[in-house]
Structures are given as structure tokens and as C-alpha cells.
Design a protein around this ligand. Sequence first.
Ligand code: ATP
Ligand code: MG
Length: 338
Amino acid sequence: MEKHDLLIGIDLGTSRTSVVSSRGARVTFDSVVGFPRDVIGVRLLGSTYAVGDEAIDKNYLDLHYPLEDGVLKESGDHDQDTARKLLEYAIARAEPNEGERVCAIIGVPADASGVNQSRVLELVRDMVDVAMVTSEPFLVAFGLEKLINSIVIDVGAGTVDICGLKGGIPRSDDQTSITKAGDFIDGLLTKAISSRYPGAKLTKRLVKEIKEAHAFVGKPEQPVEVTLREGGKPVVVDITEEVRMACESIVPEILEYTEKLIAGFDPMDQPEALQNIILAGGGSKIAGLAQVVANGLSDYGDINVSCVKDVVYAGCDGALKLARELPPEYWSQIGATT
Ligand SMILES: Nc1ncnc2c1ncn2[C@@H]1O[C@H](COP(=O)(O)OP(=O)(O)OP(=O)(O)O)[C@@H](O)[C@H]1O
Ligand SMILES: [Mg+2]
């Protein structure tokens, strides 16, 4: 690292973006950009847009999430513009100084197509001096020093990314993205609660909060009882089964694809890989998930499934560690670079 380098690690997620820097910045915010609906909104906001948490809870803003299913949306110019604003904001939060060389490593979902990676690069080209885009689970593994014979299962909002680490940069057949992840659980949970309690008023936000407070798979530790509103009045409802069903819906594909990855390891290395299965991402907080995954793979022998300690920063901490250990001049060897 040169004296005037500012190194930045970014986890560009569908639901949250997190940023850390070599100068100690550590921030996380919703991956959202809000635009005022009219001139009054512009006045209220004091700006023509707001990013992240500054955009939340302001009902005079239209909210746009630039990512869907782990990749940048590309239906129109507006999407491009929102993505640019989100990335600009992420880099600004790392507080670069005049005259510094700004070097950023950006994690995107494992299987994000080459096209998605180059679009992210294209967007950051004029915001930083050197940038590399690489697989998010690889960065998680790098941060944990588990680069060989391990499997990272990153349970995000848009995608579950499963990646087998074999000592090098994961190749495309070492990784998969499944689009049944956190957002999918929210959708199922909304349907299940509405069908059992048709009068209950649900919003996306409320269902997500309920899930984050009570998510579990397997045996419930206690019944899930929450207060909803029916015709404005509070009612306490039991949604234990609904929460279990919604959370368990993502398990079969996680098992199926993890089994495929296991089969791709050299038989000599399989036992070690089975001891190093790591759950990451917000969804790794679903209670009982590690156990259910371990049980589902028990035919393979001794299994150890653990969860990363810091689900929010594991990816960008890995990115920063990589940026510190490998001079930017070498980045093109491990990911797409500007
Ligand atoms: N305690 C919790 N229990 C269950 N799910 C949770 C919990 N906390 C967060 N989540 C879910 O995790 C998801 C967000 O995880 P994360 O921040 O890793 O995703 P992301 O990186 O933004 O998405 P992606 O990796 O798909 O692009 C959301 O669906 C969120 O509701
Ligand atoms: Mg993620």
C-alpha cells in the first residue's frame, strides 16, 4: 500500500450495502435511493435525492432499489442512475481525501454474470482510481482465512450464493446463486399470514421485521406470537407455522446445490470441506439454520456448519483485508478490474 492510498472494501447487496476503509470508516445502509415526488418534496429534503437510511421513512420520496436478485437492474436509464448514486454514496462514506489514490474492492454475488461485474466496474470507473469486482463469498472466505477446502453459503436478500473454495479464485463451476433467499421468504410469509388472517394489515416492512425478529427452521424454541392490526385494532396472532414454513422454503435448494459443490471437491479434500461449511449474510441469522443444513448433509459423514460472527461486515472486511495484502497492481489477476 502506498502512502497516499485509501483502500475501500464494499459489499454491494440487494438489501444492504456495507463499506469499510483503511482509515477506519465502517458504515452500512439500505441499498436504496429516494427521489422526491415533486418540488415540495425537493424542498422538504433539501436535495433532489437521498441515499440509504436518509431515504427511509420519508413518505414523500419514491424509493428505488437499484439491485434485484443480486444484480443491477437494467430496465431503464433510471436504474443506471440509481445504481450510480448508490455507489457514489458508498464511496463518499469512505471519505476520500484530495490527492489520495482511491482503491476499492467490491463484492457482488458469487454467480453475478460477467456482464453484471463489468456494469458495476463501468459505473465506478470515474469515481475511484483502481477498482476490482469479485465474488462476495470469496471475500468472506478470504476474511476468515478459509480459502482452501471450505464452502461459504451466503444467505442474502436477493440470492443465496454458495461457493466452494479450493485455494484459488473460485471458477464459475465452483459457485451458484439461487434466487430463493430473504426476499422470497418475505413473500411467502406475507401470503401465509394473509391467508390465515385475511383481515390483518401487512406491509413489506412489517413482514420483514417480523421475520428478522422470529425467523427459525426446525423446532421452534417458543411459539411466534405477534401483534397485527385488523381494521385498525390490535390482535395477537400465532404465526409459528407460517414463519417455519417460509424460512424452511429456502433449505431444499441450499442442500441440493451444496451437495453438487461437495461432489466437485477432490474426494481427498471432501472431509475437510465438510468440516468448513460457513453460513454468512443476513439470512444466516435464521435460528436453527446451521443445524438443519448439517442434518441435511449428514449422509456425507462428519459435518460442521458455522456462522460468521459479523453478518453485516464479513464480506467488506474480507475485501479490505485482500486490498491490504495484495497491491492494487495485482488485482487484475483475481477479479475484473478497471
Ligand atoms: N435475524 C434475521 N433473521 C432472518 N433473516 C434476516 C435476519 N436479519 C436479516 N435478515 C435477512 O437477511 C437479508 C439481508 O441479508 P444481507 O444483508 O446479507 O443481504 P444482501 O447482501 O443485501 O443481499 P444479496 O447478497 O442477495 O445481494 C434480508 O432478507 C433480511 O431480511
Ligand atoms: Mg450479500
